[in-house]
Ligand binder design. Structure first.
Ligand SMILES: *Cc1c(COP(=O)(O)O)cnc(C)c1O
Length: 384
């Protein structure tokens, strides 16, 4: 490997993701409302208002959004409502290997054995047409397609899959709020979509999440599954967890929503800055970002693992933090190593090569320039 300048270690580190949630002053009116209502959880006024306002933003009918304590809780509630706990004859759940571990955790907590499938090399998602021919399909009780890096999953091909196979589908839409907001008609419908409002996601409440579905019965069962199985009485009628969002997290969500257009614009400006500087460096074709995926994930695509390790070294040398957001796939995580899986060639190729770059609504142009300068050393390597 070529000699590198180490003088850059004077630079302060750039963290990979530095969330920026509403400041205390913007929370205060909502916190005072909590003081006045003395309702702290259990579908209080702030959670109700947040669900209503989110439905308006996503152009969905009232009652189509159920707030949850986290994205993982949202996914668990959606699975319990749409498919129920696993039955012995159909205990497999198809999950992409290329996802964050939360997808497999939620599926497993509902009693399913995750069966890891590979993703399509262009969309980075499960391909419903390919799965329809899977020999294990008669043992499958659920499919959970994932929105990779917030690239939203279209409803229609999965509706066709569900019609053809009779297998329930729940979408792990985790980071896809922004992409869905831009085209709700394509990405929302009766198939439940679980969203995460974790601090690292573009729209965030700290911890939190929601499920969106236009199927009112499913929405009401999700609410029940996230509240001990209670619906209109204190009788636990269905399998459940406590996955409710608290009024305090709803307060953050409402303040976040008040300021969302400005935060979204700031995130998009950072992505535009990446594109401009990468273009000047002749590397923009390697960039993946908004509007293709969520703006909290600027990604740099390396050609192969060897190049990825050179790029990582270069970023390290200049104290630029980066992240392989999905590691090398769920099958590489200790606990999930033994899971059944098909051929995972695409996941194995993508995992080590998609580098998550620094992101923050207030990331400066100077910081982006440092990231791009570190990335540009790849080109020098190629030329050498
Ligand atoms: C963030 C994320 C989740 C989990 O969300 P939490 O709110 O942290 O529980 C699930 N799946 C994917 C793909 C994610 O990116």
């Amino acid at each position: 490997m070529s000699a590198r300048k180490v003088s850059a270690t004077k630079h302060p580190p750039i963290p990979v993701l530095r969330p920026l949630l509403p400041a205390a002053e913007r929370l205060l009116p909502y916190l005072r409302a909590i003081d006045a209502s003395r309702v702290y959880s259990n579908h209080g006024p702030l959670v109700t208002e947040l669900a209503r306002r989110l439905a308006a933003v996503l152009k969905q009918p009232e009652g189509s959004i159920v707030c949850a304590a986290s994205g993982t809780a949202a996914l668990t509630g959606a699975i319990l409502a749409a498919a129920g706990r696993a039955k012995p004859s159909s205990a497999l759940c198809i999950v992409p290997a290329f996802t964050f571990v939360a997808t497999a955790s939620a599926v497993e907590q509902c009693g399913y054995h995750p069966y890891l499938a590979d993703v399509d090399s262009d969309s980075w998602m499960l391909d419903p047409r390919q799965l329809a021919a899977d020999p294990k399909l008669d043992q499958v009780g659920l499919v959970v397609p994932v929105a990779p890096f917030g690239r939203a999953v279209p409803q229609e091909p999965w509706r066709a899959f569900r019609r053809a196979t009779g297998i329930p589908v729940v979408i792990d839409g985790a980071a896809s709020f922004e992409v869905i907001e831009a085209r709700p008609g394509r990405f929302l419908g009766d198939i439940p979509v679980a969203l995460s409002f974790h601090a690292t996601k573009s729209f965030a409440t700290g911890e939190g999440g929601a499920v969106v579905t236009t199927d009112c019965d499913v929405a009401s069962r999700i609410m029940q599954a996230l509240n001990f199985g209670f619906l209109s009485s204190r009788d636990s009628e269905v399998p459940s967890i406590n996955g409710k969002m608290s009024e305090f997290h709803a307060a953050v969500g409402l303040a976040e929503l008040d300021h969302w257009p400005a935060k979204r614009a700031a995130l998009h400006a950072v992505i535009a800055c990446y594109r401009r500087l990468l273009d000047a460096a002749g590397l923009v074709h390697r960039f993946v970002g908004w509007p293709d995926i969520a703006s909290c994930y600027p990604l740099f695509r390396c050609l192969d693992p060897a190049e990825a390790s050179r790029v990582q070294q270069s970023l390290d040398n200049d104290r630029v933090d980066f992240r392989l957001w999905y590691g090398s796939g769920v099958h590489r995580q200790s606990y999930f190593r033994e899971l059944a899986h098909g051929d995972l060639a695409v996941t194995d190729r993508l995992g080590p090569c998609l580098l998550g770059l620094p992101s923050a609504p207030d990331l400066s142009e100077g910081a982006v320039a440092r990231v791009v300068a570190a990335l540009a050393t790849v080109k020098a390597d190629v030329a050498a």
